[in-house]
Design a protein around this ligand. Structure first.
Ligand code: GLY
Ligand code: MN
Ligand code: MN
Length: 436
């Protein structure tokens, strides 16, 4: 069994303090996620917006958090759904205005219905508004109109928020460096998903359906206290493995197939993201083995570049180098390795990058580049995935000067993906427990 882990109230308070120290005389507004509709009047299970959760730990929809470090009375303000006994009978418990103050540390809380009345007092003395324009245009409009009112009043007041600024640079900087408690949560998400992958490797056999493997894995996620899959689980046998986001998982698996499983779980909203590819009947064909070995070597070469101080592109470039050399050795590509890379002729085989930041979002926030030419350098306590792959779709089309791909290779798709923590000394593979 896994211990229950959480992020404690003091850490949320410390995050807010750190953020407020950076916005000086500004006021920041963060909005919760909305409820999403599955169909008609049925809603999806609620999933909080990650940055909102990062600063508040508050897990309800229809909420707004405001940070006003310069305000004389309230620096942390929450607007939440009020308690409503009748509604709660249907939708479940709400923390309410009192709970938002008592349990979530807000200096003051209001009903979300009071947003338009109460928000201006926290903006009027700010020099700028920190707000990220989100997908909800109506809410964006509400904030923009409020701002516009202050701009119109400027001649008479001679003060007020003259600028609007996206908080992302500050938020990315904070969220991308994980605390010890966050790393513990991610380790837990990694360990639970690792158990599910090991189980899948033990049970998968010809004649089973992809969804049966999926179901077993997801019950392991849930049984160990994960909220569920971090993203729709991909259980892709045979040529389905060549479809990067195959999520139908309906096929009956055949002897001789490879099975690519890309599945991770969300533990307290912190995610794992693991891919393994293995032969369902226990043995690779020579072609499958040749492709698998290249991807495995590419991953190893990439790991070696995951070191603090290294530019973010180095591990991808290392993986590409190994993949292209390997494809040339197999005769699947013809030409000079560096030229093939330069001209991107490998892309029909390997069309995605070698990974992404990982955290509260599966494709987590964080910068990859500063401008066109300068990559972010890796820092201790960042977490990223390393996931090279080779996909030889039955319909693969190479550049004109390249050979026809032999049928023996068509339909083979291999990806291997691990979650890697950057440490002061180098890196730690959080998902190393899953066999390759
Ligand atoms: N499973 C999503 C990804 O690997 O990026
Ligand atoms: Mn990934
Ligand atoms: Mn993945």
């Amino acid at each position: 069994m896994f211990d229950e882990l959480t992020i404690d109230a003091a850490e949320y308070a410390a995050r807010r303090e750190q953020f407020m120290a950076k916005i000086g005389h500004g006021t920041a507004i963060f909005r919760s996620a909305p409820m999403a509709v599955m169909h008609k009047d049925v809603e999806y299970p609620f999933r909080q917006e990650s940055t909102f959760y990062y600063f508040t730990g508050f897990n309800e929809p229809d909420a707004v958090a405001v940070f006003a470090p310069h305000h004389d009375q309230h620096q942390y303000i929450l607007f939440v759904q009020p308690r409503d006994k009748e509604k709660e009978t249907w939708t479940g418990y709400r923390v309410g205005v009192e709970g938002a103050q008592e349990r979530y540390g807000a200096d003051i809380a209001y009903s979300i219905t009071e947003l338009e009345d109460k928000l201006p007092q926290y903006l009027q003395d700010a020099d700028r508004i920190y707000y990220h324009l989100g997908r909800d245009r109506d809410f964006n409009d509400k904030i923009l109109q409020l701002w516009q009112r202050f701009l119109q009043q400027y001649p008479k007041r001679g003060q007020g928020p003259m600028a609007m600024e996206d908080p992302s640079p500050i938020v990315f900087g904070m969220r991308s460096i994980k605390s010890d408690a966050e790393i513990a949560m991610m380790r837990q998400a990694a360990n639970i998903a690792a158990e599910a992958h090991i189980h899948a490797q033990n049970i998968a056999q010809p004649g089973m359906y992809e969804y049966q493997v999926q179901a077993d894995m997801e019950q392991i996620f849930r049984r160990h206290g994960a909220l569920g899959p971090a993203y729709p689980s991909i259980v892709a046998s045979g040529e389905n493995a060549c479809i990067l986001h195959y999520v139908e998982n309906q096929r009956q698996m055949q002897a001789g197939d490879l099975l690519l499983i890309d599945a991770g779980c969300s533990y307290g909203y912190y995610n794992s993201d693991i891919t393994r590819t293995f032969p369902i009947s226990g043995e690779f064909t020579p072609e499958q083995k040749a492709i698998y070995d290249i991807v495995l070597d590419a991953q190893q070469a990439a790991f070696e570049q995951v070191q603090p101080g290294n530019a973010y592109n180095l591990h991808h470039d290392a993986a590409v180098q190994v993949i292209v050399s390997g494809l040339v050795d197999l005769g699947l590509l013809v030409g000079d390795v560096d030229e093939l890379i330069e001209q991107e002729k490998y892309k029909p085989f390997f069309m995605h990058r070698t990974g992404h930041w990982l955290g509260l979002d599966v494709h987590d926030v964080g910068l990859y580049k500063y401008g066109d030419d300068s990559w972010q350098t890796l820092q201790p306590n960042q977490v990223l995935t390393v996931e090279p792959g080779i996909y030889i779709s039955p319909h693969i089309e190479l550049a004109e000067d390249q050979p026809e791909v032999s049928d023996r290779f068509r339909g083979i798709g291999v990806r291997i993906e691990d979650d890697v923590l950057v440490t002061p000394e180098g890196h730690e593979i959080l998902t190393a427990a899953v066999p390759k």
